[in-house]
Design a protein around this ligand. Structure first.
Ligand code: COA
Length: 333
């Protein structure tokens, strides 16, 4: 059997400040009822001033490292996924590496938005199986609350998103058993770029930063919610089915499905489309909102800690997001 990649530690961190739907009612023309009914979200976490994505990532990474019971110095590569890096450049991979004191190991930044964790997991899996690296820290983190439009104009977006981070430690399976990442499937369709994006800043503008863009609110993320909704409900089941086919599995074999937490109605539609009992679906968007790349590793860590994922469990992950990008991963825990 070829060596598979196993996850030896998981961790997550969310900033302590909770923002409820009622808090948002004070900022814009919205209601707790609308947000609950349309998204399933009750509250989300927002950072306080001065806290960046790499800070959340480092906390999540420390927790995953502690759970894996490893010395940080034995990590030989970092993969980081985010759409909200601390700086325009460089990405957060190097900041995580430096803040954790990981020497001069390489740090790869992955930019695939809500699908970022699955894309990053796929890349890390290839490195491990090829023997290139032996212990990878994969961290996905987001600070979105600092660039959302909390006016009435931005209410369709700003009520959905939250801040947070999740991390995993990846290593080759040392044993002759079937544990590990079984498959990853990645997809994209760049024809949908402007359906879910942050248009500006855009270096093809000269100069990149123009006051009129601020005045027009073009530095805020925007989406066509309906199109995103419809495509997410279609693409995530497709990606899961591709994994089932490749692995010769049936949906009944899946013990736990973790869909990207975009909207609880989307998660329920994905479950329905796949005909998987809703009890097998991890849903934490009520407390987290949509944390983009961080949503799957946060949910994964919670599911592991709650005992919903155990040794031998078959775990399916699926995500959909800006790009559009989407994908799935199957893991024998
Ligand atoms: N509070 C109150 N009303 C709101 C609102 C808010 N926060 N946001 C939007 N509305 C209003 C709109 O202005 C619109 O009003 P109108 O009908 O008078 O024009 C109405 O609600 C839209 O209702 P509807 O089209 O029925 O909403 P919906 O059921 O499509 O839900 C989303 C909207 C955004 C929740 C939904 O489309 C969605 O979740 N899309 C996917 C978003 C997503 O997951 N993005 C990230 C992907 S990774």
């Amino acid at each position: 059997m070829t060596t598979r990649t196993i996850i030896t530690g998981t961790g997550h961190y969310v900033p302590p400040r909770i923002v409820t739907n009622h808090d948002l009612e004070k900022l814009m023309d919205t209601t707790d009822q609308w947000i609950r009914e349309r998204s399933g979200i009750l509250e989300r976490h927002h950072v306080d001033a001065g806290v960046g994505t790499s800070d959340l990532a480092v906390e999540a990474a420390r927790r995953a490292i502690a759970e894996a019971q490893i010395y940080p110095a034995t990590i030989d590569f970092v993969v980081a996924a985010t759409l909200s890096p601390d700086h325009y450049f460089p990405g957060i991979g190097v900041l995580v590496q430096a803040k954790l004191g990981l020497g001069t190991i390489g740090a790869l930044d992955v930019r695939d938005q809500c699908s970022g964790f699955i894309y990053a997991l796929s890349a890390a899996d290839q490195y491990i199986r090829a023997g290139t690296y032996k212990r990878i820290l994969l961290v996905a983190a987001e600070v979105q609350s600092t660039n959302l439009d909390f006016s009435d104009q931005g209410r369709d977006m700003s009520v959905l998103f939250g801040d947070g981070a999740g991390a995993v430690i990846l290593e080759p399976n040392p044993n002759e058993d079937d544990r590990g990442i079984l498959s990853t499937h990645l997809y994209a369709d760049g024809n949908f770029v402007s359906q879910l994006w942050m248009e500006k800043p855009c270096p093809k503008d000269n100069p990149t930063f123009q006051r009129s863009f601020f005045d027009e609110g073009r530095f805020f993320p925007k989406m066509d919610g309906r199109t995103v909704f419809v495509n997410a409900c279609q693409r995530m089941p497709e990606a899961v089915r591709a994994g089932l086919v490749q692995n010769g599995l049936a949906i009944e074999d899946v013990d736990v499905l973790i869909p990207h937490q975009a909207n609880d109605r989307i998660s329920l539609m994905v479950a329905k489309g796949l005909k998987i009992p809703v009890e097998k679906v991890i849903r934490n968007i009520d407390r987290m909102g949509n944390t983009t790349a961080a949503s799957i590793p946060i949910a994964l860590d919670e599911a592991v800690k709650a005992g919903r994922i155990r040794r031998g469990s078959l775990v399916a992950l699926t995500a959909f997001g800006s790009g559009f990008t989407w994908g799935s991963a199957f893991i024998r825990w």
